[in-house]
Design a protein around this ligand. Structure first.
Ligand code: 4AZ
Length: 369
């Protein structure tokens, strides 16, 4: 995602800034009366750090008068972070205000914690000096508790046994989110039979998870639909990802999940725009692609591959995935949209393939009328 240098500067500033010292009696009570306002770096997993360890990104929560304070559980009370037994799964529900806390003061396009519960990270397990580490490969989306949809170009060169999926992630560099991420190994990778690695036609892949995700407030599925009416020309949709803030060597990958709203660009218009680039005047945009964007500085970029492009449905209460980040000519150039695998076009294959390994039809998960 572009637009992020300002935040990096802010975070660096916050980490280097002077730290106040206060006596316990001086901490202001939050509006709910039970929690206390403490400097953000003293709050971890919603609890005050009492041993002094850990420093986190700049963030503030409503209810504290000091800009750099957050609402945090008083360390003298017990507030265990429990899973979510009462969670009722519903596809495509965005947590506009995050969960438990809304972070204010963001400058760029940062998402709130668990704002997009279907967002997944596709990782590659690698052993370095005898220790297993997870390398970030691509984005993905949870379409069923046991299936992640991603781009074929992200995973076609990897064995399923080398892949892992992380669900419910937000800040890839910290573990202070109130709900923990869930890691799942991949038992099978299924690539679209007509995927073409040189031109990325039919860039669809399904990852089957070895054990199903536990659906909760920070982990839930996105809706798929075969009704194209949500795709009105220039209608605004959203892409989320941990990709680079700009194209090329100077771009950096993002820690906190970013979002960008992008207009849907009809196929013919997109092909015309792409013909003005190095692709040349004879370029044919394949039917398996869909385009979005074309506004200067607003685009998906390297590292966003496989991430979902979603649009609000007609009732404006649930999001439906319409695209998978595939490719582009650079990032963020005015009038040059980004190119996505068209999920509506791939819908029949996705459903048929998913159903092969599932006991009940995958569409049951997206019943959202
Ligand atoms: C990439 O390299 C990439 N601007 C993804 C999306 C776009 C460009 C490049 C679209 O993964």
């Amino acid at each position: 995602m572009r637009h992020l240098a300002v935040l990096a500067a802010l975070v660096a500033l916050a980490a280097a800034g002077p730290r106040e010292r206060r006596q316990t009696t001086e901490y202001e009570r939050c509006q709910d009366g039970t929690k206390v306002c403490v400097p953000y770096y003293l709050c971890q997993d919603g609890k005050v750090i009492t041993d002094g360890s850990g420093v986190i990104d700049i963030r503030t929560a409503s209810g504290c008068s000091n800009y750099l304070d957050v609402c945090c559980a008083d360390p003298h009370t017990t507030d265990p972070v429990t899973p979510d037994p009462g969670h009722v799964s519903r596809c495509g529900v965005r947590n506009y205000n995050g969960i438990d806390v809304r972070i204010q003061g963001f400058q760029g396009n940062e998402t709130q914690v668990a704002e997009f519960p279907w967002m997944s990270a596709v990782l590659k397990k690698e052993v370095v000096s005898g220790e297993e580490i997870n390398l970030y490969l691509c984005g993905g989306s949870l379409i069923h508790p046991s299936i992640v949809l991603t781009a074929a170009h992200c995973v076609n060169k990897h064995l399923s046994s080398d892949l892992r999926v992380r669900l419910g992630e937000w800040d890839t560099q910290n573990e202070y989110e109130p709900y923990k991420h869930q890691d799942r190994d991949v038992s099978a990778v299924v690539i679209h039979p007509r995927f073409n690695g040189s031109n990325l036609h039919n860039d669809y892949a399904l990852l089957y998870l070895q054990t199903p995700a536990e659906l909760s407030r920070n982990v839930d599925v996105i809706c798929l639909d075969n009704n194209p009416t949500i795709l009105a020309p220039h209608h605004n949709c959203l892409v989320t990802g941990w990709g680079k803030d700009r194209f090329g060597k100077k771009g950096v990958f993002q820690n906190v999940l970013k979002k960008i709203d992008l207009p849907y660009v009809p196929h013919g218009e997109c092909q015309t725009a792409l013909r003005t680039t190095r692709l040349g005047g004879f370029f044919k945009l394949d039917k398996s692609f869909l385009c979005a964007g074309g506004e200067a500085g607003k685009d998906s970029c390297s590292g966003d591959g496989g991430s979902p492009l979603v649009c609000l449905d007609a009732t404006k209460t649930q999001y439906v995935q319409v695209g998978i980040v595939a490719w582009g000519i650079g990032c963020g150039t005015s009038n040059i949209p980004g190119v996505y695998a068209d999920v509506l076009y791939g819908y029949d294959w996705i459903v048929a393939e998913a159903d092969k390994l599932l006991a009940s039809p995958v569409v049951d998960y997206w019943g959202y009328d």
